[in-house]
Design a protein around this ligand. Structure first.
Ligand code: ATP
Length: 229
């Protein structure tokens, strides 16, 4: 990976779902320094998930440039983008997306396998789950047998196991009550801080904003874009 000053660097980005439709996203410039923790909020349908898909290279912009950790994801092929995501980006979704029929350990090992970081072994999985407050006996249980609170910790473990430089979280707290939600935020952000991981966290719940270095609405991000463009 090349050296980079910004974990995220978006320049003149626009994205439309269909060629003849108006863009759902237009951002003239958005730069995020490594290690920053950003809280992004916005109305339903405003394009937050679309933006996260662009940042993680699941989508590529219709025009403009997105550099993630110094790499322009549109310039590398689809398979290379998948590899890049597995190695450098930890993704946590609302539903946690664990494979229900696999054990907790196998769910995490899958992320290790796709990340191609052979230095990691079962000890590092156990150490990480310890740190996240999960009993080691849970590693052998099927993901489908876990409580929601346990699933969220496993999802954090899976996102962190490859020591990603960037974490992207899309409404990960929406199914949690307020106690487990605060615990989730603590576990996620403390673990991210250990590796100076950049965090981009999307939620409707503005009360979470105080956990972050910066709060920004997608609307403001796009307005700033308009005045700069
Ligand atoms: N696969 C798709 N094909 C076409 N249009 C889509 C697709 N996915 C999303 N959209 C549209 O793009 C716009 C932005 O959707 P997106 O899911 O990014 O919003 P959001 O801010 O994440 O919403 P929410 O907070 O409700 O999850 C919406 O108008 C949506 O209908």
């Amino acid at each position: 990976m090349t050296d980079f000053d910004y974990a995220l660097d978006l320049q003149n980005v626009s994205f439309s779902w269909h060629k003849r439709h108006a863009p759902v996203l237009k951002i003239a410039e958005w730069r995020v320094e490594p290690g920053r923790r950003i809280f992004l909020h916005g109305a339903s349908g405003s394009g937050k998930s679309t933006l996260l898909s662009l940042i993680s290279g699941i989508l590529v912009p219709t025009s403009g440039q997105i550099k993630i950790l110094g790499t322009d994801l549109a310039r590398i092929g689809g398979m290379a983008r998948d590899r890049f995501r597995a190695r450098h980006i930890g993704v946590i979704f609302q539903q946690f997306n664990l494979l229900p029929y696999l054990s907790v350990e196998a769910n995490i090992e899958l992320a290790v396998k796709f990340g191609h970081r052979p230095i990691l072994n079962k000890d590092s999985i156990a150490e990480l789950t310890d740190r996240l407050g999960l009993d080691r006996s849970i590693l052998k249980r099927k993901a489908s047998q876990l409580s929601v609170g346990q699933q969220q910790r496993v999802a954090v473990a899976r996102a962190l196991i490859n020591h990603p430089e960037l974490i992207i979280a899309d409404e990960p707290t929406s199914s949690l009550d307020s106690d487990t939600r605060d615990e989730f935020m603590r576990v996620l952000l403390e673990s991210a801080a250990l590796n100076r991981t950049t965090v981009i966290f999307v939620s409707h719940d503005k009360s979470l904003g105080h956990y972050f270095d910066q709060e920004i609405s997608l609307h403001d991000l796009m307005q700033a874009g308009e005045t700069k463009a």
